[in-house]
Design a protein around this ligand. Structure first.
Ligand SMILES: *[C@@H]1O[C@H](CO)[C@@H](O)[C@H](O)[C@H]1NC(C)=O
Ligand SMILES: *[C@@H]1O[C@H](CO)[C@@H](O)[C@H](O)[C@H]1NC(C)=O
Ligand SMILES: *[C@@H]1O[C@H](CO)[C@@H](O)[C@H](O)[C@H]1NC(C)=O
Ligand SMILES: *[C@@H]1O[C@H](CO)[C@@H](O)[C@H](O)[C@H]1NC(C)=O
Ligand SMILES: *[C@@H]1O[C@H](CO)[C@@H](O)[C@H](O)[C@H]1NC(C)=O
Ligand SMILES: *[C@@H]1O[C@H](CO)[C@@H](O)[C@H](O)[C@H]1NC(C)=O
Length: 842
């Protein structure tokens, strides 16, 4: 203000003395402070009549207009504009005016330039690697030079010796061995004391930690092609969190169906290899990467492969040659290969030999070769190749087929026939491959088409030549020729003329009886080439001329002659017959049949009968040449003296003795009789058992449900009768009343019935008990059944003495025997038995 007033006064003074022609120069400002980058202008005004007006720079040079420093002169005024001031612009600027006389006057202005606080490229955040010496940059300028302070967590960092934090001369902050804990916001503050100017920047410090990597499991096992999965795990840490990638064979593994990448919290990264295969084995790399660094670790996958036989073929060898069988197998670890012979289960590993030294195995590296020298037919069959490793085994089979020249199977090379008789000459051949079979005679092949006397029947491994010999010429040798690609063989057959058999010999007679005799003989030494069909026995009475003949059953060497005459001499001879005809007779043999005589005693075997009967089996012995007429059976209880006799026809095979007493021993004498006379007797004894105990229980069970019900009904009827009787007496009514009335009206009709009733009653009482009736009835029934309706025969076997008692039975049929009235007879029969026996004795 003061300056302005002075300037005005000066200007006023100049104006006042302008007329004196002295130039007066003035500048609008005489001292200016300017901050870098600001713009300002100064105006220089001259009073008077100047001819030139010039500005001089602080360096004393006249100022020429530039882009930044611009001059603008107009009459007595000149304006100097400085745009975007720089430090170098500072200094004293002069404005000089010259008049026509060349006198100059000037004015000056002092320009002072200063630098404000300026932060240059102060970056945030600033990143460092852990444990390095970090220098946090704070590039600040000003003029005069600023004072810089650093703050961390609102506290100033003081540069003391041994402090990890030092403010460097260039104002940067140095942090020795920077750590994660040093992270945070730092403040860089600058001050210019002279101007009281202050400014700051907040700088974020970030400490990066290089990756750390750990692998819980480094080596993995897996089996190939078993749908197995393997998961590798890598645990990483670091700051910032590292990125994990997986690599194999120098290539990064991308996520795919087979490779599944994954990660979990806590820095766990996983790689899952699915469906592990043979080719998936080997090293895998886990790589962790962040700003601070890279770290890798290797994991190994070991892939095991089950043994697998890759090559094994069926082999065909020619008999006698050597067979080579090879077997190859793969697997990890490489399997060992061995062999097993199917026929006997013997094993061959590398170096093994069979007992006979023909079979040998050699192998290594998953391969084995089985060599069979001098192959035999018995080597044919299955061989198993077995590949075995620690983790498993695989087995495959092959078949050794053996080719060989035809072999003839049959020894039978001579066949017999006769003219007109067809015969099959059979040729059996074994061969591999199958042989073709041809028949030859001398040089000619016999046509396989039927001819007049030959016919070929072929089947697998066999050919039959059917020859029907017509003449002598057709007998002789025939060749069976079999051929396959291994060789040809022939077998010679002979078709010989058959002859009749030679004579049988050693004819002798066995078992000569009255009417029969058996001829035995030795078979002929020669059957003539074809089998003997049968034998013919000729025989005749020695006095007779006419031979009679009998045939053997097939080739039995005994023949039975029958229908012979007793007490007669016979001659006999034998001949054999085959297809060709009858051979010679043997020498003749003579024998004499036995004369008629009494029969031999019969053989007896007891069979217990049912109830009070006993069945005695009779076996006919030699009948002495005439039929047995009858058997005379005498029997008695041991304690008795009288015999009872029963005659049984000779054709019967048993005698039924009945009725007998319980618990009694009987003696029997049996004699056979033919017309010649009586045999010696056969003796026999038997014991009748205890009477069976029939209790109510068994009665009921034998009576059955029906009877039990019947008893109940009877009881009811009795009650009714009681009621009826009481009615009859008390009220003269009821059924009984009615009956009595009716009876009175028909007296004649009831008399017979009453008599019958009385008789039944008498029988009942006479017996003393009800039981025997029941017993007899069941017993009789059973016997009849056992004999199958044959009791009709029974009476005829009994003696005339016992006949009367049986008479009714004779006329009755088996079933009618069961009728109630016959029970009565039976009971009586038992009673009368003893008396009858007594009679017989008398
Ligand atoms: C893998 O197999 C080898 C050989 O059999 C064995 O020694 C090793 O312990 C196995 N490793 C694992 C992780 O099962
Ligand atoms: C080997 O021979 C057997 C029996 O003859 C047969 O079943 C099988 O198919 C054959 N194998 C080959 C590969 O020819
Ligand atoms: C063939 O005959 C011989 C001796 O005569 C005999 O040892 C062999 O077993 C016979 N073979 C056959 C197949 O009949
Ligand atoms: C020969 O064998 C064939 C076939 O086996 C048969 O049909 C024929 O009847 C046999 N001939 C004779 C005489 O046995
Ligand atoms: C059978 O064949 C052999 C060899 O070829 C020959 O020597 C023999 O004479 C033949 N026999 C007949 C009956 O053809
Ligand atoms: C058997 O016959 C001879 C003579 O032919 C005769 O003397 C003898 O008496 C007879 N014997 C009998 C038991 O008939």
């Amino acid at each position: 203000m003061l300056k302005k007033m002075i300037a005005k006064l000066v200007l006023f003074g100049l104006l006042v003395c302008g007329s004196q022609a002295v130039l007066q120069v003035s500048i609008s400002l005489n001292k200016v402070e300017l901050s870098v980058g600001e713009s300002k202008f100064f105006t220089c005004t001259v009073i008077g009549e100047p001819v030139s007006l010039t500005w001089y720079s602080p360096q004393g040079e006249p100022i020429v207009s530039t882009q930044r420093v611009v001059l603008h002169t107009e009459g007595v005024r000149s304006r100097l504009t400085i745009y975007n001031a720089i430090v170098e612009d500072a200094g004293i600027y002069r404005c000089q005016a010259k008049d026509a006389k060349g006198q100059s006057q000037e004015a000056t202005v002092v320009l002072e330039i200063y630098q404000k606080l300026t932060f240059r490229s102060v970056q945030t955040p600033q990143e460092f690697r852990q444990s390095e010496d970090a220098e946090v940059v704070c590039d600040v300028i000003s003029s005069p030079v600023p004072a810089v302070s650093w703050f961390y967590k609102n506290k100033e960092i003081l540069s003391e010796p041994n402090n990890r934090f030092q403010v460097l001369p260039n104002n940067n902050l140095q942090i020795m061995r920077v750590g994660k804990s040093d992270e945070g916001e730092y403040r860089c503050e600058a001050r210019v004391e002279a101007r009281g100017e202050i400014d700051f920047r907040n700088i974020a410090v970030v400490v990066n930690v290089p990756p750390v990597l750990s692998v819980p499991q480094q080596s993995f096992n897996a089996t190939a092609d078993a749908e197995e999965s393997v998961t590798f795990t890598c645990i990483t840490s670091g700051s910032p969190d590292p990125e994990v990638t997986w690599h194999r064979k120098g290539q990064q593994i991308e996520s795919s169906d087979q490779h599944v990448l994954g990660s979990l919290e806590g820095g766990r990264s996983m790689l899952t290899v699915r469906s592990v295969g043979k080719g998936d084995g080997g090293p895998y790399t886990c790589r962790a990467t962040n700003k601070a660094g890279v770290l890798e670790s290797q994991l190994v996958l070991k892939v095991f492969v089950q043994p697998h036989i890759t090559q094994l073929r069926n082999v065909t060898a020619v008999e006698g040659s050597a067979a080579l069988i090879s077997c190859s197998a793969e697997g990890e670890p490489l399997p060992e290969v061995s062999w097993r012979r199917g026929s006997d289960g013997q094993s061959f590993s590398d170096g093994d030999k069979s007992a006979d030294g023909r079979v040998e195995a050699r192998g290594r590296n998953g391969k084995s070769m089985l060599t069979i020298n001098g192959v035999r037919l018995t080597d044919l069959g299955r061989f198993d190749c077995e590949a075995h490793s620690r983790i498993g085994e695989h087995q495959k089979s092959m078949y050794l087929d053996i080719e060989y020249a035809p072999k003839f199977q049959n020894n039978h090379t001579i066949f017999y026939s006769w003219e007109g008789n067809p015969v099959n000459i059979s040729c059996e051949v074994m061969s591999n491959p199958p042989a073709t079979i041809l028949w030859r005679r001398e040089r000619y092949t016999i046509s396989s088409e039927p001819t007049a006397n030959t016919r070929v029947h072929s089947g697998p491994g066999r050919s039959q030549l059917e020859v029907t010999p017509m003449s002598e010429r057709d007998f002789g040798r025939y060749n069976c020729t079999a051929r396959n690609n291994i060789g040809a063989r022939y077998q010679e057959f002979i078709l010989a003329q058959a002859d009749v058999p030679s004579n049988p010999y050693s004819v002798r007679l066995t078992a000569v009886a009255q009417r029969i005799a058996t001829v035995a003989f030795m078979t002929p030494d020669s059957h003539g080439g074809v089998p003997i069909g049968h034998y013919v026995v000729n025989y005749k009475e020695s006095s007779n001329q006419q031979w009679r003949s009998a045939k053997s059953h097939g080739v039995q060497s005994t023949v039975m002659l029958s229908s012979l005459e007793p007490n007669t001499t016979y001659v006999v001879r034998v001949a054999a017959v085959n297809g060709k005809g009858q051979g010679e007779y043997s020498h003749t043999e003579t024998f004499q049949t036995l004369p008629i005589r009494e029969p031999s005693p019969p053989t007896v075997h007891g069979q217990r009968g049912v109830g009070k009967a006993y069945r005695l089996g009779l076996i006919k012995q030699d009948d002495g040449g005439m039929p047995i007429v009858e058997y005379i059976v005498k029997y008695k209880p041991d304690k008795d003296d009288q015999w009872m006799t029963k005659l049984v026809p000779g054709v019967h095979e048993f005698a039924l003795l009945q009725p007998l007493q319980w618990n009694t021993r009987y003696s029997v004498e049996i004699t056979a009789r033919n017309i010649k006379g009586l045999s010696e007797p056969t003796y026999f004894q038997f014991l009748m058992p205890q009477k069976p105990d029939i209790t109510a229980d068994s009665l009921f069970s034998s009576l059955g449900l029906g009877t039990v019900v019947g008893l109940g009904v009877a009881a009811l009827l009795l009650l009714l009768v009681l009621v009826d009787v009481s009615c009859f007496f008390l009220r003269q009514c009821g059924l009984l009343m009615c009956l009595t009335r009716r009876l009175c009206s028909r007296k004649s009709a009831t008399s017979a019935k009453g008599k019958e009733l009385e008789e039944g009653k008498a029988a009942y009482l006479g017996d003393g008990s009800k039981e025997p009736i029941v017993e007899m009835r069941t017993e009789e029934e059973r016997i009849t059944n056992a004999e199958d309706g044959s009791p009709v025969n029974e009476p005829t076997e009994t003696t005339p003495l016992t006949e009367p008692e049986k008479l009714p039975l004779k006329e009755e049929n088996g079933k009618e025997v069961l009728k109630p009235d016959t029970i009565e007879i039976k009971v009586r029969g038992e009673n009368s038995h003893h008396t009858n026996a007594g009679d017989s004795k008398a």
